[in-house]
Design a protein around this ligand. Structure first.
Ligand code: ADE
Length: 244
């Protein structure tokens, strides 16, 4: 997969050299390129923004500069490319977005600053056949799209085949197919700070452990994310679940 990130603060993305994403780049699984938007400016001051039409506070990023940048980084035809515009006014990014973006040929992240990017940029690329996603990582406001892009790149990159050492670790996690948060996990030592691990986990009884884990996942999800419980498909529950 190729990933391009365009920002006026390319150094913000330097952490993409580290950890899982960094290793994927070294192994050639991920062709990740970070660009400075100001490289596409044409004036002496390298201007990327201007005042909003209609008035109001703040500055808006200019569509002409963004157009030159995105045109340059687009690889091949529009069909396999997704243009992602992180914005607090976007649809909320979820694991479902991560899953669907993991099979894309190219992702282009357009990191806005100030009051955002002129709305014609998204409109223009949509009309050109590019899949444009205006996405928010949550109901709070950041100073720009850089951190949101890091979040989305990590969520997508770990789903690319060959990225995670043991793909089984992707099966049972929170926000997976079960629609539940993950159960609590424990490791050695079995006794720590006068706290013992739940006995069932030492029983070696596979079915009992499965049942215990599912109950804890249901309990935790009900306490922390009632919206996820409300969205559960009743057909996917068993009679023991309903007893909770
Ligand atoms: N830019 C500023 N705030 C953001 C958010 N919550 N999600 C995505 N991009 C943003």
């Amino acid at each position: 997969m190729r990933v391009d990130v365009i920002s006026i603060f390319p150094d913000y993305l330097s952490v993409l050299d580290l950890s899982l994403v960094g290793k994927a780049r070294q192994r050639g699984l991920l062709d990740l390129r970070v660009h400075d938007l100001r490289d596409w400016t044409t004036d002496r001051h390298r201007t990327v923004d201007d005042t909003p039409f209609g008035g109001g506070a703040g500055m808006v990023m200019r569509p002409d500069v963004w157009g030159l940048a995105v045109d340059d980084v687009l690889d091949g035809d529009a069909a396999g490319t997704h243009l992602i515009v992180p914005t607090p006014s976007g649809e909320v990014f979820t694991q479902r977005h991560a899953e669907s973006l993991a099979s894309a040929e190219q992702l282009v992240f357009a990191c806005g600053r100030y009051e955002g990017i002129d709305a014609r940029v998204a409109e223009h690329y949509r009309a050109a056949g590019v899949a444009v996603h205006e996405l928010s990582i949550g109901d709070y406001v950041l100073n720009g799209g850089e951190v949101a892009s890091l979040v989305m790149i990590e969520a997508v990159a770990r789903l690319i085949p060959g990225m995670v050492g043991n793909p089984d670790s992707l099966v049972e996690e929170s926000h997976g197919a079960a629609g539940l948060l993950e159960y609590p996990v424990y490791t050695k030592p079995p006794s720590w700070a006068e706290l013992e691990i739940p006995e069932v986990l030492l029983s070696g009884h596979h079915a009992k452990i499965e049942r215990w884990r599912r109950d804890r996942a249901l309990e935790r999800t009900a306490a922390r994310r009632p919206d996820m419980i409300a969205a559960l498909d009743v057909a996917g529950l068993d009679k023991h679940d309903l007893a909770l």
